[in-house]
Design a protein around this ligand. Structure first.
Ligand SMILES: [Zn+2]
Length: 659
């Protein structure tokens, strides 16, 4: 190949690689495989090795080219990188707005609201279309030159179609998934464990060896564009995207006023946990750059923008009491009664303590100051006791020896950490059983939640679950809070629930240890309620996945006089669909246990696939388990499978089996 030919080929390769890089790392899609992209890079590298004169700084091969540095050089920012004022509520936001409106009473205020990424702020400067240097924020005036490292971030373009000198500001971040993967590797080699993705992003950018930075797969979201004299902040974002940068996507928008900002804020707060990376609020700026400038700077923060932070996910408060709740199975759960505290926008006054052992593990006493946390929609829990704040007036908690509701004796099964009220007619258990009966995986009666059931019970409209089917519109409508319309809806939902597959019916009965899976096993094995009712202990134990304990509790349930009467009454209203006898599928007789997260489908979907082919999904690993399917972050089942020598397969192999 001649020099001229090589030059032409190199130019074309660079363009093509850059196009695919942009698709993959900025737009999150790829038309060709990563392997094919690597192979293009490889060809380019070989050509450049042959013709070193043709290497340019914007070549994709130059992303990881630097040698380790001794130290970072300092860089003075041409325009100071300011910090933002924080506001934590709509009220504080409105105060901020009132304040700045006073300074510019004649101006129209429009806003640009965008995610506040939780990473490390960067300034990236381009000259003549080429990435010139990149610096950390530092103290806002002087940062560190991290150009070598920033070049390894694939979502940062090495060249842009803008010849003037421009500065792009944004945040280098690491996704939650990468964060976990990297910490796992660090742990294996006894390296440093990072506290959170921000910490890791900062640590990765401040590596003297760019190869380490490259291995961390940082991402970059841009939010400011300086040097082009654009009129609005929203225009900056539009231009950034045009130049090939990533921005906040559908997490950012222009807002006409405070109300629109609040609405956007709420929407983002709800999606926050599901995002692949951490954000800790919204940045709200006045959209007009002219107005932004006019409002000026106070201290180190511009007046024209504010960080509208999400409320924290943890807070400290005091445990005023510990009470005990009785569940459907009679399980006693200690619950902390808290001095009310706001966490993540919700006032929290109770937190679960799970069981007695958890209280011991925490070392919790009544009266203690604690850290309470809340993740997603889960019930808040106590994370840590602040023992340094004790006054000496704290009291020890003891699990009661008697059920707090029916005063019956409490028992703890051998080796179990949970105490149970063993009184079968305990009103608390009865109530919880009703909740269970109508729940989604049981009778699935729409609109009939705990609050309504409580009202029915308290007004004497029902005694047991069978009574639900006797309810009339006229019974419900007069109750407080229920209008005619909702009464009608509930009656309709009850009517629709009368036909029910055997497995769901069995699950709804609330037999101790009979969960969703076991109910399906029982239904498929016996084929009808009649056969199951008559089955003796020995026969019950023949059902796949059913051991002595489950067999015993099932057997006992059907022989209890009270249950017998209930069943007789219930069957007057309910029509059970028996499972169809299936032809033996190709997985017949094989049990499958899943552990860890599957990438391409939910666990429920995977189980259905197994079942459809005649196989048997199970929750516990034993010698008789056919396969243990291991996804990402597998749990103890994986260890157990290895110990027992059970066949272990990954997601790909599983697909081959169920294809
Ligand atoms: Zn009780």
């Amino acid at each position: 190949m001649t020099q001229t030919e090589a030059k032409e080929r190199i130019e074309k390769l660079k363009k093509l690689i850059d196009k695919y890089r942009y698709q993959y790392h900025v737009l999150n899609r790829l038309e060709i495989s990563e392997e094919a992209l690597d192979s293009l890079k490889h060809e380019l590298k070989k050509l450049e090795d042959e013709f070193p004169d043709l290497v340019t700084p914007d070549s994709p091969t130059q992303r990881v080219a630097g040698k380790p540095l001794k130290e970072f050089k300092k860089i003075r920012h041409e325009t100071k990188m300011l910090s933002l004022e924080d506001v934590f509520s709509e009220e504080e936001f409105s105060e901020w707005l009132t304040r700045i409106k006073k300074l510019a009473p004649r101006d129209t205020f429009r806003f640009y609201a965008e995610p506040k990424f939780d990473g490390l702020a960067l300034s990236v400067v381009y000259e003549n279309g080429i990435l010139k240097y990149a610096a950390t924020r530092g103290d806002g005036e002087i940062g560190e030159n991290v150009t070598q490292n920033v070049r390894t971030i694939e979502s940062v373009p090495l060249n842009v179609e803008e010849k003037g000198k421009i500065e792009v500001r944004g945040e280098a971040i690491i996704t939650k998934k990468n964060f976990e993967a990297i910490n796992k590797v660090q742990k294996k080699k006894d390296g440093q464990i990072y506290a959170n993705p921000r910490n890791l992003a900062a640590g990765s950018l401040r590596q003297l060896d760019p190869k380490i930075t490259a291995s961390r797969r940082l991402d970059f979201f841009s939010y400011d564009l300086l040097g082009m004299g654009l009129k609005n902040h929203s225009e900056e974002h539009k231009t950034l995207r045009k130049l090939g940068f990533k921005t906040g996507g559908d997490l950012e928008r222009r807002c006409e006023g405070a109300e629109e900002v609040f609405k956007h804020y709420k929407g983002i707060a709800e999606r926050r946990d599901k995002l692949p990376y951490n954000i800790d609020g919204l940045v709200v700026s006045v959209d007009s750059n002219k107005l932004y400038k006019k409002l000026g700077v106070v201290g180190k923060a511009p007046r024209g923008a504010a960080a509208f932070k999400f409320s924290p996910k943890e807070a400290t408060t005091k445990v005023e009491d510990i009470i005990v709740q009785v569940g459907r199975t009679g399980a006693l759960t200690p619950v902390a009664v808290l001095r009310p505290v706001e966490i993540g926008g919700v006032t929290v006054s109770r937190a679960t303590l799970h069981n007695e052992d958890e209280i011991k593990r925490l070392g919790l006493k009544i009266g203690d100051s604690v850290i309470v946390g809340r993740a997603g929609d889960v019930i808040p829990d106590v994370r840590k006791v602040l023992k340094g704040l004790r006054t000496g007036h704290e009291r020890e908690f003891h699990m009661p020896k008697h059920c707090p509701v029916c005063k019956h004796e409490v028992k703890k099964a051998h080796g179990d950490v949970i105490s149970y009220c063993v009184n079968k007619s305990c009103p608390a258990r009865h109530r919880e059983n009703l909740y269970h009966f109508v729940s989604r995986k049981a009778f699935n009666i729409d609109g009939l939640g705990p609050k309504i059931l409580d009202a029915f019970l308290d007004n004497g409209l029902i005694q047991d679950a069978a009574d639900i089917f006797e309810l009339k519109e006229g019974d419900i409508a007069p109750l407080e809070r229920f209008g005619e319309k909702s009464a009608q809806n509930i009656i309709e939902a009850i009517k629709n629930s009368r036909r029910i597959p055997l497995a769901r019916f069995l699950y709804a009965l609330g037999i101790l240890h009979v969960g969703e899976e076991t109910a399906i096993d029982l239904a498929e094995h016996f084929g009808s309620l009649d056969k199951l009712e008559k089955a003796d202990l020995e026969e019950l134990q023949k059902v796949p996945n059913i051991g002595e304990v489950v067999a015993r509790s099932t057997y006992d349930w059907f022989r209890d006089g009270r249950n017998k009467n209930f069943l007789k009454k219930l069957l007057k209203y309910v029509e059970i669909e028996n499972p169809k006898r299936k032809k033996p599928g190709k997985l017949a007789g094989k049990t499958f246990v899943f552990t860890g997260e599957l990438e391409s489908m939910s666990r429920d979907e995977a189980k259905t696939k197994v079942r459809n082919l005649g196989g048997d999904p199970s929750e516990t690993v034993s010698k008789n388990t056919g396969y243990v399917v291991v996804g990402e972050n597998p749990g103890s089942k994986y260890e157990k499978a290895k110990k027992l020598g059970v066949k272990i397969i990954d997601e790909k192999e599983f697909f081959q089996l169920v294809k």
